[in-house]
Design a protein around this ligand. Sequence first.
Ligand code: 5GP
Ligand code: MG
Ligand code: MG
Length: 178
Amino acid sequence: MLNDIKDVLIDEKTLKKRVSELGKELAEEYKGKNPLVICVLKGSVLFMSDLVQSMDIPLEIDFMAISSYGTGTRSSGEVRILKDLDKSVEGRDLLIIEDIVDSGLTLSYLIKIFKDRNTNSIKVCSLLDKPERRISEVEIDFVGFAVPDEFVVGYGLDFAEKYRNLPFIGVLKEEVYV
Ligand code: 5GP
Ligand code: MG
Ligand code: MG
């Protein structure tokens, strides 16, 4: 698996340090609010797991599964809900956890869905931001790292469902996906 990696963009130590900082920032932001932390499957699962461990406040977790990429490396713009949240979000403070915001289409769609559900507030925390490729202007309230316009894998992010278990963020060798 390591053979398929061209570069390590963000190593394990840097990743863990930033995630823990973000968690503390979020805990400050949501003090006394019991936020509903929404993990967008599957890419955000490792990030969310580490993040909430640095948030020393009462909170709840729920999962949403949507389809975005299939097995390619470009967003189709078509988003489907594969699994919705278990509970109502009415009156709740939502914190959407994303792995990466690329075109922004997935996130805009998610925010639109939640805006129709009478929440108290909606904020977004994304581990990675790839601003160069934005199509839909979305506000990301908390960002871990900005990354260049390259296809990245690891720490939850996949290519064709693989590489999610790498403990760092890396760039795949081109020959792996062309
Ligand atoms: P967007 O709708 O913003 O274009 O894409 C959002 C989703 O596409 C992300 O949540 C992620 O699943 C996938 N994605 C976007 N860029 C990358 C990337 O560089 N690597 C991987 N593995 N997935 C990506
Ligand atoms: Mg995602
Ligand atoms: Mg994917």
